[in-house]
Structure formats: structure tokens, C-alpha cells
Design a protein around this ligand. Structure first.
Ligand SMILES: Cc1cc2nc3c(=O)[nH]c(=O)nc-3n(C[C@H](O)[C@H](O)[C@H](O)COP(=O)(O)OP(=O)(O)OC[C@H]3O[C@@H](n4cnc5c(N)ncnc54)[C@H](O)[C@@H]3O)c2cc1C
Length: 289
């Protein structure tokens, strides 16, 4: 199917884009890679009266390390760059690994990190990574600039803390220690499909080889990505081992709330989430950083 008629605008600055959106109201939509919005328009699930194209805003494609070694990734950064740019793969290997699971190369060439986070599909990989890693999401809107922590950003299916007219500018990932252990695992029906369930995990070890900090999240397991706080509590302060990972995995179902759909039942998703938690933590533990 073809999309309904829309007008097209190409702003030259962030300020310009926000002003256009303010003038056109909620029937206008920002477009970045178009890899979610255009299919939705073609299926007539979305029928914006106007598209405000962000692709000319080169200031939104910047990637940099700040003085505290946080990794700043501009919203318009393509998914493909997350997996290939040494500046990103070196500074955040978990993000790079998760990006490789997204769709197919052609889609990753166009899709952007900001678009994925703003779209907020509960089965999408990048929102899960943002959540597991305590990233901060920087927004600019008609009422100015603000930062939202990942834990407060995802509200429901396709629903976020973005307010009318707000533009996602940048995602700030806290410093990633070189010796951090990490893993990412997902199950999907075919390679390139959205995950039925996926688990991201990282942990740091102290001088006694005990887990001193960790972050775990699940995708495809609720109406938003979910932080697995009970599993994290089970891990903290202990020395990694298979029995410890099994104990943490047993807590996964306490935090998730999966649903039945045409692809899988909620019970199946619970079982896969727990099994993937063990696999992901084992992958992290066996990783030679
Ligand atoms: C066949 C297929 C398979 C796919 N498989 C996967 C998969 O396995 N995993 C996965 O995670 N994704 C998958 N995707 C989606 C893909 O990753 C998209 O690129 C991504 O979800 C949206 O990014 P985008 O830049 O294309 O956003 P767009 O489609 O341009 O926009 C999506 C939404 O975000 C808004 N938006 C975009 N940028 C901003 C911004 N900077 N500020 C505020 N709002 C903004 C738009 O207004 C729109 O509402 C798939 C897509 C296709 C077509």
C-alpha cells in the first residue's frame, strides 16, 4: 500500500525543526531513518499530515566521549554505525553487539538510535540496552532542554516521556570500564526478526572477584523494556558461578509481564527469558575482556 498524502519539510536546524512541529501540531511527525514510521504509514497505521525530516541536521549525528568518559551518541546516528564505528564499539561493546541483532543491514543503514528509542517498541534491542546501562536521554522541545533517565523514559508500548514537539537529541551512556563483563542474547523466529525475548547483562567485579555492580534488562517481555532489579539484587556481592546465575534467573519472572501474541505465549516468553538470563550471564562471565 502507499501512504496517505503528506507534506514534507526539511528543517536546517534543531530550533527550526521544533518551530515547524509547534506550528503544525501533533499531526506532523519527525522522521529520521523512516524504518518504522514509513511502514506504519504504508499500512495506514499512521497518517501524519506532514513529515519533518531530521536527516539534514548533521549536528544530531555526532559521537563523542565526554571528560567523564561518558559516550554521547547523537540521535541521528545510524544503527549500522553503532556496530561498526571503532569509537562506539571500543567504548560500548554491549551496544555494538545488540545493534547487530537489529533487522537486516539495509534497515540498519537507515534506522537511527534516536528513532528506535523514540519509537519504543518493547521488543527492540536499543531501548533494552539504554535501560540496562542507565543511559540519559537528552531532549529539546518548545519548553527547552531536559534530560530523562532511561528508567523514566519508556512508559508503555510505543509510548515514552517525549512531550509534544520534543526532539530526542542525544543519548549519554555512562563510562564503560574496560574490564566490564557483558552479554546479550535473544531468541527470534528468524535472523533479523524482532526478538521474541532478549536479555542484556553486564557486571563489574571487585578485588575479591565479587559482583560489585550490574545491570540486566529484558526485551519482548512486557509493554516496555524491563530492568531486572530482582535478578540484579541476587547477583550483587557474590562471586560469579552457574548456581548464582541460576538463582538470578529464577528472579526474572518476578520483574517481567509478558503477553500472548501470534508469535509466542506469555508462558513461553517467561521460560525463554529465564533460560536466556543464564546464557547471557554465562556469556558475560566467560568473556575474556
Ligand atoms: C523489516 C524490519 C525489521 C525490523 N527489525 C527490527 C528489529 O529486529 N529490532 C529493532 O529494534 N528494530 C527493528 N526494526 C525497526 C528499525 O530498527 C527502525 O529503524 C527503528 O525502530 C526506528 O528508527 P528510525 O530512525 O527508522 O525512525 P523513524 O521510523 O524515522 O521514526 C520512528 C518514530 O520515532 C520518531 N522519531 C525519530 N527520530 C526522532 C527524534 N530524534 N526525536 C523524536 N522523535 C523521533 C518518529 O516521529 C517516529 O514516531 C525493523 C524495521 C523493519 C522495516
Amino acid at each position: 500500500m502507499k501512504p496517505p498524502k503528506f507534506s514534507y519539510l526539511a528543517p536546517e536546524s534543531v530550533k527550526n525543526a521544533i518551530a515547524m512541529k509547534q506550528e503544525l501540531g501533533e499531526n506532523a511527525r519527525y522522521i529520521a531513518g523512516g524504518q518504522s514510521l514509513v511502514p506504519m504509514m504504508n499500512f495506514r497505521v499512521a497518517a501524519p499530515s506532514a513529515l519533518i525530516d531530521l536527516n539534514g541536521l548533521t549536528e544530531l549525528s555526532k559521537v563523542s566521549l565526554s571528560s567523564d568518559s561518558a559516550l554521547n551518541i547523537g540521535a541521528l546516528t545510524r544503527t549500522r554505525r553503532l556496530e561498526n564505528d571503532p569509537k562506539i564499539t571500543g567504548a560500548h561493546p554491549l551496544l555494538a553487539a545488540a545493534a547487530r541483532h537489529i533487522a537486516h543491514a539495509q534497515i540498519r543503514n537507515r534506522g537511527t538510535i534516536g528513532g528506535s528509542i523514540a519509537h519504543a517498541d518493547p521488543a527492540a534491542e536499543l531501548p533494552g540496552i539504554v535501560l540496562a546501562c542507565d543511559a540519559e536521554i537528552e531532549l529539546q522541545g518548545p519548553r527547552g532542554f531536559r534530560t530523562v533517565h532511561a528508567v523514566d523514559f519508556f512508559e508503555s508500548v510505543f509510548t515514552t516521556a517525549l512531550e509534544e514537539g520534543e526532539l530526542l537529541l542525544n543519548i549519554k551512556f555512562p563510562r564503560w570500564p574496560k574490564d566490564r563483563k557483558w552479554g546479550f542474547q535473544e531468541v527470534s523466529r528468524r535472523e533479523g526478526d524482532y526478538a521474541l525475548v532478549g536479555i542484556a547483562a553486564w557486571f563489574d567485579l571487585d578485588a575479591t572477584s565479587s559482583i560489585s555492580a550490574c545491570g540486566l534488562s529484558a526485551i519482548g517481555a512486557a509493554d516496555t523494556p524491563v530492568r531486572l532489579t530482582k535478578s540484579e539484587a541476587a547477583l550483587l556481592g557474590s562471586v560469579p558461578s552457574l548456581p548464582l546465575f541460576e538463582k538470578a534467573a529464577a528472579e526474572v519472572t518476578a520483574d517481567i509481564d509478558p503477553f500472548d501474541d501470534v508469535h509466542a505465549s506469555a508462558i513461553y516468553r517467561c521460560e525463554v527469558a529465564a533460560a536466556l538470563a543464564i546464557r547471557t550471564l554465562t556469556e558475560a562471565w566467560e568473556r575474556d575482556t
